[in-house]
Design a protein around this ligand. Structure first.
Ligand code: SF4
Length: 377
């Protein structure tokens, strides 16, 4: 077992953040285009052996970990035995800061008492639960294989175990009223979640939802409602899709949005290390095969100069804090910073807040964020 490092930050300039992708789900939700599949016999073993191999290859790039995020797919689709092996792999290859944030994603139908027990005895301190809705008819529409009651139980059991709990919630179903969405949000807050991420249902090409002859609402009113409602329950908007009580913001995600580096392991995982963004092979079979002869990377790019600065500005503008102008100019250069600020100044004043210190999108600006980011990048 490797030592626990007491330093909270990396002196070496290495990533400090780790993402692990679990490529399994118990069933495919009708809207989902993520890289995940239903397990076949032998898949779990192949995944764990390959992950061990990739961790051995790349752990030096991570340095001391401040944040870890195990997502998917569905991490609770892994058996308890697999979870024990996964934690052993992590201990063998990585060092952790004492106060590292360690998040796992869970689905209500597969979160077991044993998962919770393993996580409690390990380093996990945050659980992000795929609730999506607390109304059974809405869950059925989405092809989720859990009920509202199972979602309530998953949140309650995770809170009882002492984890900080986040709930993913989805809006924009056909014929959805503000009352429907408001009821779901109110129920999610009433459960005691201190972090809520909201996602709009979209038609992803190739999914069963896209094959249905149905129209989805534009979601503007629902999004606006969440911006109004959640802060009244004490959950402030700190990013375009994220709301939290003070102190419960996701440090792992804040690292992404501040253009911080991270190491990603597993099929389809992205990494951003040493200034290069790279992506692993998407399927388990291809990932495992490529690892046998070296790296599982299928794509890599390095943004430089103004392109890198524009990408970083877009990431920062996702957050309530926005762009810190002085730090931004120091990191990306005065000239690029000036060019980007000139572009941002061209947006209407009700979309952007600019002062000498920072530049942020207003609540209205966040509602049309995609259009703004497309103009900047
Ligand atoms: S559980 Fe998540 S990753 Fe799995 S199919 Fe559903 S939406 Fe996709």
């Amino acid at each position: 077992m490797r030592r626990t490092n007491s330093s909270a930050h990396n002196a070496s300039g290495s990533a400090g953040s780790l993402y692990i992708h679990v490529p399994f789900c118990e069933a495919k939700c009708v809207y989902c285009a993520f890289a995940s599949a239903i397990k076949s016999p032998g898949d779990e073993e192949l995944y764990l052996a390959s992950l061990e191999r990739e961790a051995a290859l790349r752990s030096e790039e991570a340095g001391t970990l401040d944040t870890v995020y195990i997502g998917g797919g569905t991490p609770t689709a892994l058996s308890e035995r697999a979870w024990e092996r996964l934690t052993e792999t992590l201990e063998r290859h990585f060092d952790f800061a004492n106060d590292a944030e360690f998040t796992v994603e869970a689905n209500p139908n597969s979160l077991t008492r044993d998962h919770i027990g393993i996580w409690r005895n390990y380093r996990v301190n945050r659980v992000s639960i795929g609730v999506q809705s607390l109304t059974d008819s809405r869950l059925a529409y989405l092809g989720r294989i859990h009920t509202a009651m199972q979602a309530q139980s998953a949140v309650a059991r995770s809170l009882d175990a002492g984890f900080s709990v986040s709930a993913d919630m989805m809006f924009g179903l056909p014929d959805e009223t503000i009352r429907d969405w408001g009821r779901d949000l109110k129920s999610a807050v009433a459960l005691g979640t201190r972090h809520i991420s909201i996602y709009q249902l979209t038609m992803e090409p190739g999914t069963p939802l896209a094959a249905r002859d149905t129209a989805l609402p534009d979601g503007y009113a629902q999004y606006r409602y969440a911006q109004w409602r959640l802060p009244r329950h004490g959950l402030a908007q700190y990013e375009v899709a994220s709301f939290a009580r003070a102190g419960y913001e996701s440090r792992h995600n804040l690292n992404y949005w501040s253009d911080g580096e991270y190491l990603g392991l597993g099929p389809s995982a992205w990494s951003y290390v040493g200034g290069a963004r790279s992506k692993n092979a998407p399927t388990l079979a291809e990932y495992a095969r490529m690892l046998e002869s070296g790296s599982p990377e299928i794509y890599s790019e390095r943004l430089e100069g103004e392109a890198a600065a524009r990408q970083a500005a877009v990431l920062a503008l996702r957050t309530a804090g926005g762009v810190d102008r002085e730090k931004f100019a120091d990191r990306y250069g005065e000239e690029h910073a000036r060019a980007i600020m000139r572009d941002i100044a061209g947006f209407p004043g009700d979309l952007v807040d600019m002062d000498a210190k920072s530049v942020r999108l207003t609540a209205k600006g966040l509602r049309v964020g995609n259009a703004i980011w497309n103009e900047i990048v």
